[in-house]
Design a protein around this ligand. Structure first.
Ligand SMILES: Cc1ncc(COP(=O)(O)O)c(C=O)c1O
Length: 387
C-alpha cells in the first residue's frame, strides 16, 4: 500500500522561485519544464534540513555515500549489479553528456540523436564541439521506436550516439533487444553510446526499464550511462548526476577526468540524491500512482473534449507528447495554446524532426489543474487563428 501524495497548495506553488512557477504570470497554467508540483520527499527534506543545521554546504567530499546509494538502488530496482562499476558524479546529466562527448569525439564529429528528442541534446552536442546527426524514430504502428536500420546507416558517419532511455518526450523505455542491437551496431561502427537514463526511476511498475549497460556484454564493455535522482525526486536545482561505466575503456575515461568535473557536484544534490536512492522509494511509488491516475484522467479528458488530439500513454515519466495536427493549429500549437488559453506547454518544434504540430505537456500536477488545462485548450476554436 502506498500513501497517496497530493500536490502542494497553489499558493505554495506560486511562491516557488524555480522555472516552472516563475516563468509566466499567475493566469498561465505552467505545464512545460520538467518539474513536479509534489512536495519534496520526507527523507530528502530531512537530509537537507540536517545539512543546513550543521552548516554542511561546502564542496562534495571525494569519498561520499552517493555511489554506494546508487549501487544499492540499481540492484534493488533493476537487478543491475554496479558493485564493480566506475561511478563519477558531476553537476547534472547535461554536463555528464558534454564531458563524455568531449573525450570520445573530435571537433566536428557527428553525434547521433534520435528525434523527436529532449531539445537540449542539440546544444549539448554543439557544446562538446561536435555536430548533431538527427535520426528520426520510426513509426511502427504501435508508437515511435528506434529505427535500427537508420541507425546502422547513420553510424557510418558518426562517432557517438546520445541515447535517451527512457525516451523523452515519449516516455518509452527501449527494450532489452533493441538496446542489445544498438550495442552491436555501435560496436561494429566504432560508435560510443552514452545512455541518458534520467527518467528511469519514473518507469511505471507495469513497464520494464532495461539499463543500456545491462542489455548485453558489448554494451557493458563499451558504453556509458548517466543516472540522476533529479527528475524522479524533483531536485534538479540541487545539481547532481552520476556517470557510470562498467567496461575497462569507458571506466578509464571517467577515471581520467579532472577532479574539477566531480567537484562541480552540488553538495546538497549529493546528500538529497543519497537520501532518494536509499529511503525515497516509498514517496516515488506514491508519485507513480498519482501520475498513473493523472494519465487515466488525461485519457478521459482528451476523449471527451479533444478527440482529434493523438497521444500514447507514456510508460515512464510525466511528460506527454501530444499530436495537435488534427486540430488545425499549425506547426506550433504550443504558441497558440499559450496565447489563447494561457496554458504553457513545450513547443514540439525544439524536439527536431517529427515535432511539427506537436507539443509536450507536463502532467505532474493536481487533477484540477490538469482538467482546467485541457478545458482551456479545448475552448480554442479548431482551425487557423482568426486574423
Ligand atoms: C532526457 C533528459 N536529459 C537531461 C535532462 C536534464 O537533466 P540535468 O538537469 O540533470 O542536466 C532532462 C530534463 O528534463 C531530460 O529530460
Amino acid at each position: 500500500m502506498t500513501i497517496p501524495v497530493s500536490v502542494d497548495p497553489i499558493d505554495v506553488l506560486r511562491s516557488r522561485t524555480s522555472e516552472k512557477w516563475a516563468e509566466y504570470p499567475d493566469d498561465v497554467l505552467p505545464m512545460f519544464v520538467a518539474e513536479m508540483d509534489y512536495p519534496l520527499a520526507e527523507p530528502i527534506r530531512r537530509a537537507l534540513h540536517a545539512a543546513i543545521d550543521r552548516g554542511d554546504a561546502g564542496y562534495v567530499a571525494t569519498t561520499n555515500p552517493l555511489p554506494a546509494a546508487l549501487v544499492g538502488y540499481a540492484a534493488r530496482r533493476w537487478n543491475w549489479d554496479l558493485s564493480a562499476a566506475t561511478l563519477l558524479s558531476t553537476a547534472d546529466v547535461s554536463m555528464g553528456i558534454v564531458e563524455i562527448l568531449r573525450r570520445v569525439t573530435s571537433p566536428g564529429d557527428r553525434v547521433v540523436i534520435t528525434t523527436p528528442v529532449y531539445p537540449p541534446f542539440f546544444d549539448l552536442v554543439t557544446e562538446a564541439g561536435a555536430s548533431a546527426l538527427p535520426v528520426p524514430l520510426a513509426d511502427t504502428g504501435s508508437g515511435l521506436r528506434l529505427d535500427l536500420d537508420a541507425l546502422d546507416a547513420a553510424f557510418d558517419e558518426a562517432t557517438a550516439f546520445v541515447l535517451c532511455n527512457p525516451h523523452n518526450p515519449l516516455g518509452s523505455p527501449h527494450s532489452a533487444a533493441e538496446l542489445a542491437r544498438v550495442a552491436d551496431l555501435a560496436a561494429r561502427h566504432g560508435v560510443t553510446v552514452i545512455s541518458d537514463e534520467i527518467h528511469a526511476p519514473l518507469t511505471q511498475p507495469d513497464a520494464v526499464f532495461t539499463p543500456y549497460l545491462a542489455s548485453s556484454e558489448i554494451a557493458a564493455a563499451k558504453g556509458f550511462a548517466i543516472h540522476s535522482a533529479s527528475k524522479a525526486w524533483n531536485i534538479a536545482g540541487l545539481k547532481c548526476a552520476v556517470m557510470v561505466a562498467t567496461g575497462a575503456e569507458p571506466a578509464a575515461i571517467l577515471s581520467g577526468m579532472p577532479l574539477e568535473v566531480t567537484w562541480r557536484t552540488g553538495q546538497f544534490g549529493m546528500l538529497a540524491s543519497t537520501a532518494a536512492y536509499t529511503d525515497g522509494q516509498g514517496w516515488l511509488d506514491s508519485v507513480l500512482d498519482a501520475l498513473a491516475s493523472n494519465l487515466d484522467l488525461l485519457d478521459e479528458l482528451l476523449r471527451t473534449h479533444l478527440p482529434e488530439v493523438g497521444w500514447r500513454r507514456p510508460a515512464a515519466g510525466y511528460l506527454v507528447w501530444l499530436d495537435f495536427r488534427g486540430r488545425g493549429w499549425g506547426d506550433d500549437p504550443a504558441e497558440r495554446i499559450l496565447r489563447e488559453a494561457g496554458v504553457a506547454l513545450s513547443s514540439g518544434l525544439g524536439f527536431g524532426d517529427l515535432g511539427v504540430g506537436y507539443a509536450r505537456m507536463n502532467i505532474a500536477c493536481s487533477a484540477e489543474l490538469l482538467e482546467e488545462a485541457v478545458l482551456r485548450i479545448a475552448a480554442i476554436s479548431p482551425g487557423p487563428a482568426a486574423e
